[in-house]
Design a binder for this molecule. Structure first.
Ligand code: G3P
Ligand code: MG
Length: 346
């Protein structure tokens, strides 16, 4: 279609294309909105020369709160309404694992938040590192629970409990304590604390919400993230047991995350815009070549010329290096990314 300039009240919603946004390093950095982000969103909501509104979703590897809470936060930051129907975070696809595992250890995040997220996903028996320290304070020689943590934690006799799986939902606030507890479980017989397996091959599986080794936050340089904990844990397991540890990561660049995003976008376009057909192009705007660009490109090679990767220079990737996974285009910021995609369509 070749639209002519319209006023926002006459805007129509395009069914031809859509946008998907990474959050950290694209829209937000260290809790602050990246200056061009609000304008980029306004453009998609009809303030553009084409008189078009463009549907969009958010796909972040971050987490640590419920999707609902994250959307309220993002709505305030971007000053527009963001609905859980257009939002996926790193741990969102983990909800499907609630059918498979009953008693699970959930690691990471602030206070009790990740326990609540996991319970909201339907996990029936959620244990946290705090519960284990409360039951046996000698578990972590240099980590004492604060008064609030002690009150919130749920002690029980862990020698009677089999922990079936370990989920790292958000960044660990205490690597030493969390790794000690994960290692204890990995070396145990069937996830029973206090036991030791002979061959170290009876421990529960470990799942990470994502695999970002570094990410973009308020510091000028990138900071280590959950993927770094994964590398550290695997190396430590090897050093202690002599065995290889295989763990699983969700989030970008996993194909499953992009499939999940495709279903979400389809539902979102249907529910809010009554669009039934799939888009010809989904523009994915990200800052991390290893997760955003790699995932978009890999998924595009499966679905065939539909997902279009755009790399921005406001986050992990900075000019001067060649990205390990080259995008279709590199632009300065999210506003330029939106302009690029829209220009390509007309
Ligand atoms: O911890 C979050 C970070 O690794 C990446 O978040 O929004 O850039 O996918 P995002
Ligand atoms: Mg990012």
């Amino acid at each position: 279609r070749t639209p002519s300039p319209h006023t926002p009240s006459e805007t129509i919603v395009t069914d031809k294309y859509a946008f998907a946004f990474d959050i950290d390093g694209v829209l937000i950095r260290g809790g602050e909105v990246i200056p061009e982000a609000k304008e980029a969103m306004k453009m998609l909501n009809g303030e553009n020369e084409y008189g078009i509104k463009v549907p969009y979703i958010f796909v972040t590897n971050g987490g640590g709160k419920t999707e609902q809470e994250r959307c309220v936060q993002l709505s305030n930051q971007l000053q527009l309404e963001v609905s859980p129907g257009q939002f996926i975070c790193g741990h969102t696809p983990m909800r499907e694992m609630a059918q498979k595992y009953t008693t699970v250890l959930v690691v990471g995040g602030e206070g009790e938040k990740c326990r609540h997220v996991a319970e909201g996903y339907g996990f029936k028996d959620v244990v946290t590192p705090g519960d284990i320290i409360k039951d046996n304070k000698d578990t972590t020689p240099f980590r004492k629970l604060t008064e609030t943590e002690y009150q919130d934690s749920r002690a029980r006799k862990f020698s009677d409990v089999e922990i079936e799986a370990i989920f790292v939902f958000a960044d660990s606030r205490d690597w030493a304590a969390d790794q000690q507890i994960i290692l204890d479980l990995l070396m145990s017989k069937n996830g029973r604390l206090g036991t030791r397996s002979e061959n170290f091959d009876e421990g529960p599986p470990v799942f990470f919400a994502h695999n970002d080794v570094v990410w973009s936050t308020s510091h000028d340089l990138t900071r280590i993230g959950m993927g770094a904990l994964r590398v550290s844990l695997e190396a430590m397991f090897k050093a202690v047991t002599g065995k290889e540890l295989k763990t699983t990561a969700f989030g970008k660049p996993q194909i499953g995350t992009f499939e999940f995003a495709t279903r979400l976008l389809q539902q979102w376009r249907k529910d809010t815009h009554q669009i039934d057909s799939p888009p010809d192009t989904v523009y994915f705007v990200g800052d991390t070549p290893e997760s955003d660009i790699r995932g978009t490109n890999d998924y595009d090679s499966i679905v065939g010329n539909t997902w279009y990767s755009i790399l921005v220079r406001t986050g992990v990737y900075r000019d001067g290096t060649k990205p390990r996974f080259p995008p279709k285009v590199t632009v300065d910021n999210v506003l330029e990314a939106v302009k690029h995609g829209m220009r390509r369509e007309y």
